[in-house]
Ligand binder design. Structure first.
Ligand code: SF4
Length: 349
């Protein structure tokens, strides 16, 4: 009887619901505001709904709420939540405060099939895609935990968003719906490992969000080894798609993410090759010094190496920012909290 999660419904679906319940379409707006603007948990809290619609919703729909199975808070205010979905599968979401904004990092899949060798999420492979309702529920869970309003969303948590295109596109449209969650498209960033066909679809669909590309190498030889997806969509093809995106989306600035791995991709030659690759694209580069984690065969570069790398980019007129993983002591990198909790459960602690 209880079949459809309300928090995964876009405006068209809410309209269809009102139609099926035999009430005016205006109540779709009331629902949107109550569910997605005010993040109300209970339908009873939405005062203006007619009784007929309430009854219909009670019979046919439910509000999906994940169970929070672990939380961590770091000294810098970063909060990490482990959320258990209806089938018991767990994903992470992270709230990252910074001056004047609160960014939430959203997971789009349980696990990931891409297999980047520096990523803990990759170690268990892909279990399943998340639904749009589950992604909306992540935002709701994050928002309920914080007194500050979540202002930015980054789809950079567990999973490759473009491997789950339909649900992610639905979520992005709902998140940017001005009468719903009302995030500015400029404050939603989708990060991909470089699925070229899905990026092209994203361009065609004019998905209302920014694009970030996880590049992490300056040549195919290295990228092939740390990001196997590169064997299918090598750097030249990937960056041509980024150029197409920039051309179609006008003055959109694409974010290039570059995890610095000691002795792998952090040399002076790498920095020069990267500047050549990005020449004239107007991209911003986020440099992310790797945080060593047991079981992963990589090390963090020295601060000097990071600084030299950045300087080479800046001297080539590329905006390059070093981003430290916020909340390092609470296992803030993707997949760490889930791995730690799973290990603890196994050992009965
Ligand atoms: S870095 Fe992202 S795309 Fe790569 S394996 Fe991890 S979650 Fe997947």
């Amino acid at each position: 009887m209880y079949s459809t999660p309300l928090n995964g419904m876009d405006h068209q679906q809410l309209l269809a619901l009102c139609n099926a319940a035999g009430v005016s379409a205006v109540h779709a707006d009331t629902l949107r505001a109550g569910l997605f603007r005010h993040y109300l948990k209970e339908l009873d809290a939405i005062a203006e709904l007619p009784l007929r619609l309430r009854r219909y919703l009670a019979e046919h729909c439910y509000m999906f709420e994940p169970l929070c199975t672990a939380t961590r808070e770091a000294a810098d205010g970063t909060q990490k939540l482990l959320l258990s979905m209806a089938d018991g599968r767990e994903v992470e979401t992270v709230l990252i405060p910074a001056a004047g904004r609160l960014t939430q990092c959203i997971s789009t899949q349980v696990g990931c099939a891409v297999g980047c060798t520096f990523c803990l999420t990759a170690t268990a492979g892909l279990t399943r895609n998340l639904t749009a309702a589950e992604m909306v529920a992540e935002v709701m869970a994050g928002q309920r935990l914080s007194t500050q309003k979540v202002s930015n969303l980054v789809l950079m948590g567990m999973g490759e968003p473009l491997h789950n295109y339909d649900a992610v596109a639905q979520f992005v449209r709902m998140a940017s719906d001005p009468k719903g969650m009302a995030f500015s498209p400029n404050r939603i960033t989708l990060s991909t490992s470089g699925l070229v066909p899905a990026m092209q679809r994203m361009i065609r669909d004019e998905l209302p969000c920014n694009l970030a590309v996880s590049l992490n190498a300056s040549n195919d030889q290295v990228r092939d080894t740390i990001m196997p997806i590169n064997r299918k969509y090598p750097i030249a093809q990937l960056l041509q798609t980024v150029r197409d995106y920039i051309k179609v989306r006008g003055n959109k600035r694409v974010l290039i993410e570059y995890v610095l791995l000691a002795g792998i991709n952090d040399s002076v030659e790498d920095a020069h090759r990267l500047t050549a690759l990005l020449e004239g694209m107007g991209c911003t580069v986020n440099l992310l010094p790797f945080n060593a984690y047991p079981g992963l065969p990589f090390q963090r570069p020295s601060d000097e190496t990071v600084s030299v790398f950045r300087t080479i980019l800046v001297q080539a007129n590329i905006i390059a920012v070093v981003r430290e993983s916020k909340g390092r002591e609470i296992a803030a990198a993707c997949g760490q909290l889930k791995t730690e909790v799973t290990e603890r459960r196994k050992s009965g602690l």
